[in-house]
Design a protein around this ligand. Sequence first.
Ligand code: ATP
Ligand code: TYD
Length: 244
Amino acid sequence: MRACSVKQGIPVYSGKAKSLYRTDKDGELLVVFRDDITAFDGGKKDVLSEKGSLNAQVSARLFSLLGEHRIPTHFIRLIDNATMLVRELEMIPLEVIVRNIAAGSMVRNYPVREGTPLDPPVIVIDYKDDSRHDPMLNDDLIIAMKLLSREELARVKDLALKVNIILSRFFEARGMTLVDFKLEFGKYRGEILVGDEISMDSMRLWDAKTKGSLDKDVYRFEKGDVLAVYRQVTEKVLKRGENP
Ligand code: ATP
Ligand code: TYD
């Protein structure tokens, strides 16, 4: 029989969209995806019933896909539709963003047109600190702040680019374009693993044909029915028998 991890008491951490719970097993946590949705540093907030479970199921499928490609991640298994069992990581306070096509803050902050292909992909790393509005870092700052060693930084970037190739192919095969996405990493027994989530909240996905948004931009910019879009992406992600 599979060892059972039981959710214990109050959350150890509750963020903007997820809550973390201890289990009866050391080194494992439950991540509960709540129905809260926020944008613009928490300036826009709503609760959308079912949103948590859609993101959890997509995250679980994408972490499994990465595991199949030998990318080390925190994911153990899905406990219910909105809850993932994960390895507890010592999180590295970085948001590692990979961009295949210019959009979002890249277009707002620099003279680059939305939709410009970026080849090779661009990696941008922000310092995860809401009180400082997640300022952008560079390699020297990451080393000076002792967030990572040079070798660890190279590993993080290498993993981020590998994840990009795997996810880009996966979405392309389902009629979607992976424009950009954000990863978080953490350490588990000295090893760097991909943590947190990979979902419609943390990616920018476009319909390959129409270039319409299939992600949190639908909520940010009120482009339509965000739940309907999240459901549509979830259905495509969970559909079996597609390549790759
Ligand atoms: P943001 O929305 O800016 O990412 P947040 O803290 O509000 O920040 P949530 O997604 O609500 O984000 O909270 C989840 C928290 O759990 C994040 O701080 C994330 O870094 C942390 N986390 C994710 N995976 C793990 C893990 N395996 N072990 C420990 N902490 C984790
Ligand atoms: P970015 O264009 O930098 O920010 P914004 O969402 O403000 O336009 O975001 C790039 C990608 O990374 C996008 O898919 C959303 C994701 N992301 C997060 O999930 N969390 C974050 O805190 C940031 C900055 C980005």
